[in-house]
Design a protein. Structure first.
Length: 279
């Protein structure tokens, strides 16, 4: 699950909706979405099917449309500023992509049709992708669908340009492909920040205080994992925590210390195995 290319040409719609749901902290498999949406290899997925799938996950797709590039980007940006991901029909209605943020004039696009799924594009590149033109009818249009949750979102992703660039690195390929697994673990360790949150530390501060001791203990006790690979896992957790603005209440710091140590220990035993002890 999460950020990886689609395996065939007709699943772009389910992938686009999946990536939009991920931004709201909802993780669904593209095959499940495709079944609900009625995706087929000969016709792909239309907006009616995607709307049906969105409703199944307690969301709705709101259509927005313009005949000019400037107005369409204004409509898109208005939703993005509210943290609402949008599905766009591109390549003359032949493909679906997801746009999740706009910053400093550039757009963060998730396109399952590309090898590098997370992309940063400028307005001109977006216009070229998004523009639909019917030469016979003389019609030009830009169509998008905002994914509006019907539930209170506690863990909305905030992917800025810096985070998007980092996620595009080859070194973060594992994080991208295992995004939901990292998210679920980090969410069990920490909590979403709210306006009422007090007496807490960020995941970054938690690692500043505890990372050296955790890594040293796990690596030395097991013997095989390197400090660097364990630190990489902790950095992936920190990345998720920062994107979803997750925090650790001061009262839960010791619990978080135990949880993170247990996760790294399970990782080490799962990857390298271990001999039985006390026998």
């Amino acid at each position: 699950m999460s950020f990886y290319p689609q395996p065939n040409k007709y699943q772009c719609g389910p992938f686009a909706l999946k990536y939009a749901l991920v931004m709201l902290g909802v993780f669904k498999n593209e095959n499940q979405i495709g079944i609900i949406a009625g995706s087929t290899w000969w016709a792909g997925t239309d907006e009616i099917g995607l709307s049906r799938a969105a409703r199944r996950f307690n969301c709705k797709l709101v259509h927005f449309h313009s005949t000019t590039a400037v107005k369409s980007r204004q409509l898109l940006s208005a939703y993005l500023r509210k943290g609402i991901p949008c599905l766009l029909s591109v390549h003359n209605w032949e493909h679906w992509i997801t746009v999740i943020n706009c910053s400093r004039g550039n757009y963060i696009m998730i396109d399952s049709g590309r090898d590098t799924v997370v992309n940063i594009i400028n307005p001109q590149q977006l216009n070229k992708l998004w523009r639909y033109h019917d030469e016979e009818g003389g019609i030009t249009s830009y169509d998008g669908y905002a994914l509006i949750p019907k539930f209170k979102v506690h863990t909305r992703a905030k992917m800025d340009l810096k985070k998007a660039h980092e996620l595009m690195f080859e070194s973060n390929k594992n994080l991208a492909s295992r995004w939901n697994e990292y998210f679920n673990d980090v969410l069990n360790i920490s909590k979403p920040r709210t306006a009422l949150s007090t007496n807490y530390i960020t995941f970054r501060e938690f690692l500043r205080r505890n990372q050296k001791n955790i890594v040293k203990k796990v690596a030395n006790w097991h013997g095989d994992p390197t400090y660097a690979e364990l630190i990489k896992i902790l950095n992936n957790m920190k990345f998720i925590a920062e994107v979803y603005d997750l925090i650790i209440p001061i009262a839960d710091e010791k619990k978080a210390l135990i949880d993170v140590t247990a996760i790294l220990t399970i990782y080490s035993c799962g990857k390298y195995g271990m001999d039985s002890i006390y026998e």
